[in-house]
Design a protein around this ligand. Structure first.
Ligand code: PLP
Ligand code: TYF
Length: 394
């Protein structure tokens, strides 16, 4: 049977990790996979996570099964973190999932289960895994214009134009904050226009929020998601704890189904439990438990917020330093958008050939679409990167 299998295309981001490891140059710079790194190039375990793990090790008495939706306390804590008081708690059905990817996968399964003819509108570009999972599930995707590589900003007119093609029951996938791969985000006024259009068309928003706290702050980064949830009759939210709690390998995420009609919440919850059971029964618990402990403990929560804020400020500082350095070297404002972008990523907007040249001649590793992980930089490598970009005459 195995001989009937066909080779699968590699994930380009993950393949780049290996190419980087194999490069013997000491001064190589890794701006590839979206993992936070500190100035020493280390992806640290956050202090609050260590403290919660220590406490859990001492206090946990059993590792028996929890439940198909995960621990209700995790759902409560995450609904509060992401949605604040935008909607009543009864309006939200939630299921713990293996990471944000698990939440995305279960959300797509849910919409296809509800409507086998569903179409999912996706930003051009979006996270490659969105497209890969949609394709695997045989769900029709419709791209909408998003990034304008000439300005490094958003082609908002093009986006709205393409969303005019929405039909009732279509799904629109939106990044809640810190767009991956571009770093370009809608402003609050633009979000309101999108919300009005979705209301008008009867389309269902699905928000992927994987970087809450990496952009403008924990509360600020959730504002768009909250506005959507409060305004639309229904929405889906896939949230990841991988980045903002630094627990990538623990696989911690949550899928929320929000309905203004609370009588629908029970049905949504049953379906989330059903879908979890079909795919893996019980979601992972360890990371979810740590997150719950942190969010429900004033001291741990404050320390987590403080460390996350330091990480965010660090990335903002690197953005500004890189934009300033490029301004100085090129004498143009062309790369000013780097300081305006938010989150871990910025798309530089250069050709794949130039990306390859930067890798070959300067040991700079960015994804082929010219996405850079800003957290891969430090105060010392920023000037080297700026020099390489300027020299490559991109
Ligand atoms: N969604 C987006 C846009 C992402 O960039 C990521 C990547 O980390 C995820 C979801 C899911 O991440 P994870 O499955 O590691 O929680
Ligand atoms: O975009 C990124 O780099 C992160 C990490 O299949 C990632 O979201 C990359 C590829 C992948 C899963 C996660």
């Amino acid at each position: 049977m195995f001989k009937t299998l066909k080779p699968q295309p590699a994930d380009k981001i993950l393949a780049l990790m290996q190419t980087f490891r194999d490069d013997p140059r000491a001064d190589k710079i890794d701006l590839g996979v979206g993992v936070y790194k500190n100035a020493e190039g280390v992806t640290p375990i956050m202090r609050a996570i260590k403290a919660a793990e220590h406490r859990l090790w001492q206090e946990q008495q059993s590792k028996s099964y929890v439940g198909l939706l995960g621990d209700p306390a995790f759902s409560d804590a995450m609904v509060a973190l992401v949605l604040g008081d935008a909607v009543p708690r009864e309006a939200v059905a939630a299921a713990a999932t293996p990471g944000g990817t698990g939440a995305v996968r279960q959300a797509f399964e849910l919409v296809r289960y509800a409507n086998p003819d569903v179409r999912v509108f996706v930003s051009d570009p979006t996270w490659p895994n969105h497209l890969s999972i949609l394709k695997y599930l045989n769900i029709e995707t419709v791209p909408y214009r998003y990034f304008d590589s000439a300005t490094g900003g958003i082609d908002f007119a093009g986006m709205m134009d393409d969303l005019q093609g929405l039909r009732a029951g279509d799904v629109v996938l939106l990044h809640g904050c810190c767009h991956n791969p571009t770093g370009a985000n809608l402003n609050p006024v633009e979000w309101q226009s999108v919300i009005a259009l979705l209301q008008d068309k009867g389309a269902l928003p699905m928000i992927d929020i994987a970087y809450q706290g990496f952009g403008d702050g924990v509360e600020q980064d959730a504002e768009a998601t909250r506005a959507v949830a409060a305004a639309l009759p229904e929405c889906l939210i896939a949230a990841s704890c991988s980045k903002n709690f630094g627990i990538y390998r623990e696989r911690t995420g949550i899928l929320m189904a929000v309905s203004q009609d609370a009588s629908q919440t029970g049905l949504a919850r049953d379906t989330l439990a059903f879908l979890n059971r079909q795919n893996y029964s019980f979601p992972p618990d360890h990371g979810a438990r740590l997150v719950t402990m942190i969010l429900n403990d004033d001291e741990l929560r404050a320390d987590w917020r403080a460390e996350l804020e330091d990480m965010r400020q660090g990335m903002l500082g690197l953005r500004q330093q890189l934009a300033d350095e490029l301004q100085r070297l090129t004498g143009s404002d062309r790369f000013g958008f780097l300081a305006q972008h938010r989150g871990m990523f910025s798309r530089l907007g250069i050709s794949p050939e130039k990306v390859e040249e930067l890798r070959r001649d300067h040991g700079v590793y960015m994804v082929g679409d010219s996405r850079m992980n800003i957290a891969g930089l430090n105060a010392k490598t920023v000037p080297a990167l700026a020099q390489a970009i300027a020299e490559a005459d991109v």
